[in-house]
Every structure is written in structure tokens, then in C-alpha cells.
Design a protein around this ligand. Structure first.
Ligand SMILES: Nc1ncnc2c1ncn2[C@@H]1O[C@H](COP(=O)(O)OP(=O)(O)O)[C@@H](O)[C@H]1O
Ligand SMILES: [Mg+2]
Length: 256
């Protein structure tokens, strides 16, 4: 018996003849933050798109609370409770911030609950209160990311898929956005699948992590364990041992 709310089993996804996912299996435990790490081109975005229905897998299953959803249309999957915040945000630039947020609730009819949820989203992102009537396209990258996450929350998802939410943000905004993800997970018990290039921070906020390479999962463990692994430290955290002795120092190394 597993407590996974979302379960991906042996997924293969192609772009034309090219296999981007070569048999991926992973689980998102209910109420937990799960992260996917991996270098550029590993297939992280393809995993999220396949779960969200933007791409159809050629093999394998995606199960939400035990029900197979692979091959369903993206809006049907969204209605089942999977919200996808894609890479690059994809907000509606000419709509106001408030309209963008309400677009997330388009499939709902429970108006009073929607108003309460809007208040809740704005409490997560207080900066958006004063920007509510502004066209979303005029906002900074960080503010647009907040709108994109807020819009996803307005659909009251069971699982939130986040593709590099901190991409292109200043360090202060990175922290702000990741802090909100922690709060959403903790306070709303929302299950999160997070793809993040800030590996150190992802490992800090997530409970469980998968490392991908060339369309496969090459490592899976609790984030506490992943943090201690030498490959992860060297490749993703930019650290290397100066010597192997007991007084070894970790040195910062730039990667990418
Ligand atoms: N639209 C596309 N058409 C063809 N190949 C693609 C497309 N999108 C991604 N790929 C390829 O699929 C692989 C996985 O890409 P992606 O999922 O975007 O990786 P990641 O998000 O880990 O950087 C890469 O080799 C990439 O070049
Ligand atoms: Mg990507």
C-alpha cells in the first residue's frame, strides 16, 4: 500500500522519433514536496508535460489517486486536480493580475469559496494586492511567477507541478517564491512536484528527490540522503573535496 497521490510508471515520451523519456517511474507522496533534479535536457520538463497531458506518453501509466490519466486532454487532467505551472510561466499578458488569478478558477462555480481562495492567494503574495488591476505583462519576472503560481492555486489542485519557478529571479525573489511553496505545502497540505535548478534550495525544501539523466531516473532518495551524496555535491551543489582527509574543505565550483 502506497500513500502516493501521483504515481508515474514506466513512462516513455517521444518528440517525433526521439525518445525524451525512456521509462520513467516516480511517485509523489500525498502532502509532500517531491523534487526532480537533473541537468539541462535530462527530461524534467517533459515529465511534467506528460503528467499534465500536454504530451502523450507512448508507454506507461500516470495515476492520480490510483486512476489512470495518461492520454487524457490537459483540461480534463486539470479538472481532476493537477495544476501545471510551466517553464516560462505563460500568464495572459494583456489581462490584469486579478483576471489572471481568476482564470485559474474558470472550471469552478463555488463563488464564495473562490473569493476566499483569492484572499488566501493574495495573502501568500501580498505584493500582488497593489498590482491587482495592472496588466500582468507589465510585471517583473518574479511577480509574473507569483501570478502563475497563484493562478494554479485558484484551481484548488490536489497536486501542483512547478517547472523551474525560480528561473531568472533575483536571489531574494527566489527565496520568496520557494518560501511560499513551503507554506502552501505546510499549511494547505498540498502535494508538490518541483523541478528546480537551484538544487541546494530544492533539496532543502523538498522531502524526496529524483535525479534524472538522459530520460531516465538515475537516483532516488530522501533529500536528506541526496544532500550527503558525493555526486550530488560535486555536480549540482558546486562543491568538491580538496582532499579526502578528515579536514577536507568544500570549495565552491561553478557549474554550467
Ligand atoms: N519540442 C521538442 N522537440 C524535440 N525535442 C525536444 C523538445 N522539447 C525537448 N526536447 C528534447 O527532449 C529532451 C528533454 O528535454 P526537457 O524535458 O526540456 O529537459 P529538461 O527540462 O530536463 O531540461 C532534450 O533532449 C530536448 O532537447
Ligand atoms: Mg526544463
Amino acid at each position: 500500500m502506497t500513500s502516493a497521490i501521483l504515481d508515474v510508471a514506466n513512462i516513455e515520451t517521444h518528440y517525433g522519433p526521439i525518445a525524451a523519456l525512456r521509462g520513467i517511474s516516480l511517485a509523489v507522496e500525498e502532502g509532500k514536496i517531491t523534487t526532480i533534479l537533473g541537468s539541462n535536457g535530462a527530461g524534467k520538463t517533459t515529465v511534467l508535460k506528460t503528467i499534465a497531458g500536454a504530451l502523450d506518453p507512448t508507454r506507461g501509466q500516470v495515476r492520480l489517486q490510483g486512476q489512470e490519466i495518461q492520454g487524457m486532454a490537459p483540461d480534463a487532467i486539470a479538472r481532476k486536480g493537477i495544476a501545471h505551472v510551466p517553464e516560462g510561466r505563460e500568464i495572459f499578458p494583456f489581462l490584469s493580475v486579478g483576471q489572471n488569478l481568476m482564470m485559474g478558477a474558470y472550471a469552478r462555480s463555488d463563488r464564495s469559496a473562490m473569493a476566499a481562495d483569492l484572499d488566501r492567494v493574495l495573502s501568500y503574495f501580498p505584493r500582488l494586492v497593489e498590482l491587482r488591476t495592472r496588466a500582468a505583462g507589465t510585471l517583473s519576472g518574479g511577480e509574473q511567477q507569483m501570478v502563475a503560481i497563484g493562478r494554479a492555486l485558484m484551481s484548488r489542485p490536489r497536486v501542483l507541478l512547478l517547472d523551474e519557478p525560480s528561473l531568472g529571479l533575483s536571489p531574494r525573489l527566489v527565496k520568496e517564491v520557494l518560501d511560499v511553496i513551503v507554506r502552501i505545502n505546510r499549511d494547505d497540505k498540498l502535494s508538490v512536484l518541483l523541478v528546480e535548478q537551484n538544487v541546494a534550495q530544492a533539496l532543502q525544501i523538498a522531502h524526496y528527490g529524483y535525479v534524472m539523466e538522459l530520460g531516465r531516473v538515475v537516483m532516488a532518495d530522501t533529500c536528506d540522503q541526496l544532500r550527503t551524496k558525493a555526486d550530488i555535491q560535486e555536480f549540482y551543489l558546486g562543491m568538491r573535496a580538496d582532499d579526502a582527509g578528515p579536514n577536507r574543505r568544500w570549495k565552491k565550483k561553478t557549474w554550467r
